[in-house]
Design a protein around this ligand. Sequence first.
Ligand code: GYE
Length: 327
Amino acid sequence: MSITRRSLLIASAASAAASLLAARAFAAAPPLEKKDTYKVGFAQTESNNPWRLAQTKSMQDEATARGWQLVYTDAAGSAAKQVADVNSMIAQGVDLIFLAPREEKPLIPAIMAAKGAGIPIILLDRNVDQSLAKPGEDYVTFIGSNFIEEGQRVGEYLVGLGGDKKIIIELEGTTGSSPANDRKKGFDDVIANNAEYQIVASQSGDFARDKGRQVAETLLQAHPDANVIYAHNDEMAIGAIAALEAAGRTAGRGDCLVFSIDGGKEAVQLVVDGKIEAVVECNPRFGPKAFDTAIAYSGGEAIAPVIINPDQMYTPENAAELLATAY
Ligand code: GYE
């Protein structure tokens, strides 16, 4: 390609991006017409863990209870597939799209495409890069947990525990996803303010059990003195416990403390058993709040830019009592 042609292409791409930005700065998120029933999309990111299954069930149950049609897609862990899924929902003319964006950046074009087609988007559970898309302008709102606070709660609990467990391995969630970014920030900031604690390794286990096990195995070999594992979700914590046990070590206060976030039944049971020290809940039951928010939006109500789910914490003191309520 000639240099002039290439620079023309670059210039036209730049001006397209500039006009997209300009459009974004002025137009509000598309409205939702008031109707008796709706056809809505739910673009799920993957279905490889109990948290995702509980979230999907909650959305499906709510759609059934209200008699709405739900167009459900599962991106199977691929941001590219999720972009295609949203585009297919746009082509099917859904009234609104609930989107659980796998990562912070790659879903931005899909959000802009929906906006361009006049279809409002409500983000569920994961957020997008706020410098690239904004609530009220590009999508209606984000509904989910405060991930920074979740990480902070684990850090503060660990520091509050005192004792000699201070050498930490961190298992991060999916690279580029908002819960991984924020759970890391919240936790790491607490640790940075407590000089005697040290994070010796921090690596992604992609929120998956087996990946978490593999990464924990490698990191435990490299850092045999580690005595705390902080996993960004239950699945990786359960994988890490398998890695500890395979290495002849024990999960629990006697050897290595394990922490996680989510609060599925299996993890809460492990708190009861003393293998996980504490779990910060991240509530996956989005259905009622998601659908209520869509109705409020169709009625012209002002919607808060961020709607935070309240989360509890499972500890040795309350885990047995709360086990029955865990998803
Ligand atoms: O912690 C994890 C899931 O985005 C908050 O993603 C969610 C996280 C949740 O796959 O288990």
